[in-house]
Design a protein around this ligand. Sequence first.
Ligand SMILES: [Zn+2]
Length: 136
Amino acid sequence: MHSPSLSASARHSRFSDFVSFKYRMNYHGVMRRKQKAVFRIIAKSRVNRLFSLAGEVASADLRLADLYVGRALKVAQKFNIQLTSAQKRLYCKHCHSFMLPSVSARIRLQHGKVVYFCKRCRHMMRIPYIKPRTEN
Ligand SMILES: [Zn+2]
């Protein structure tokens, strides 16, 4: 015997323990999935709110905007949330700082691409755009 202190009643309830454990696991699995779905909805709204807040405070306090962006990215990464294309252009992919045009970023059009230049880390982000057709 590995456990001599095990009483007869405890030995008797082994199977029921196993069953309850199994059900507990199932129950937990369902709960986790439901919880995760709820958390993702909350996290998505939080990411949107943080990005809009960053945009609001950026002109007054750029460091606070950086903080908001960092927090938003952390939440998005944890809950696997896709950022919108507008949100992706708001921050530098390299140093994760908020890109405020003319203050912390330079934006130019070059060879059919929008070039976002981060003034902090000198990283360039190029996003192609569709050129408007000239009517002849
Ligand atoms: Zn940067």
